[in-house]
Design a protein around this ligand. Structure first.
Ligand code: ADP
Ligand code: MG
Length: 212
């Protein structure tokens, strides 16, 4: 299978080619189509299996043709750590800049001053955030998520084992009722199963088994 078979738009295909991504990994093969169709997707695959692009590519494909009116957050990506926030936002920016209407992406995390993050927030389309800082920004009314269309939980297992559930629940409560939810995790722990049931009704579950 090729990325072209997955019906990604030509701007994304040429950026994949330019960056020498020759063919999709198994999780990308299975996750991209249902995400493009607007379904909720839960993807379980081990570390290093390409989960980032499994959601970044279809997310950008879906958002590119519906530019925001006054730049409210279109997609919210929640991640457990600052390192991952930076890494994921860099992947989004690499592919977003190839679009005709690039989407503005920002990473926010704790341990640094909140003021510069607050000032830039009203120009952001895609926000990548750790739960604690996200909640802080919300409590200051700096983040507009009433029109968010896609929620991603990346490294959901790690986010839950780090004890972020309470912050996550407070964020979920402020999101629109109807939105596309994507969850990616290296493991399907009981906490991950529980949050899947809590967040989605009938998700497409993709569990990539490691061959023996
Ligand atoms: P995971 O989130 O599952 O741990 P990542 O998304 O971080 O994995 O990807 C791991 C590495 O594989 C990254 O360096 C990424 O650029 C690379 N990668 C992702 N997709 C592909 C692909 N289709 N072909 C080649 N390399 C890829
Ligand atoms: Mg990852």
């Amino acid at each position: 299978m090729t990325f072209k078979d997955l019906k990604l738009s030509s701007a994304l295909l040429s950026q994949l080619e330019k960056n020498q991504f020759a063919k999709p990994t198994p999780i990308q093969e299975q996750a991209i189509t249902p995400i493009l169709e607007g379904k909720d997707v839960m993807g379980i695959a081990k570390t290093g299996s390409g989960k980032t692009l499994a959601y970044v590519l279809p997310l950008l494909d879906r958002l590119q043709n519906q530019p925001s009116e006054n730049r409210e957050i279109q997609a919210l990506v929640m991640v457990p750590t600052r390192e991952l926030a930076v890494q994921v936002s860099e992947a989004i920016i690499l592919f977003s800049k190839a679009l005709k209407n690039p989407l503005i992406t920002m990473a926010v995390y704790g341990g640094v001053s909140i003021n510069p993050q607050m000032m830039k927030m009203n120009t952001v389309d895609i926000l990548v955030a750790t739960p604690g800082r996200l909640l802080e920004l919300m409590e200051k009314n700096a983040v507009k998520i009433a029109k968010t269309k896609i929620l991603v939980l990346d490294e959901a297992d790690k986010m839950l084992s780090m004890g972020f559930r309470e912050e996550m629940d407070q964020v979920f409560a402020r999101l629109p009722k109807r939105l596309q939810t994507l969850l990616f995790s290296a493991t399907l722990s009981p906490k991950v199963s529980e949050i899947i049931q809590y967040l989605t009704l009938d998700p497409v579950v993709i569990n990539i088994q490691v061959p023996e």
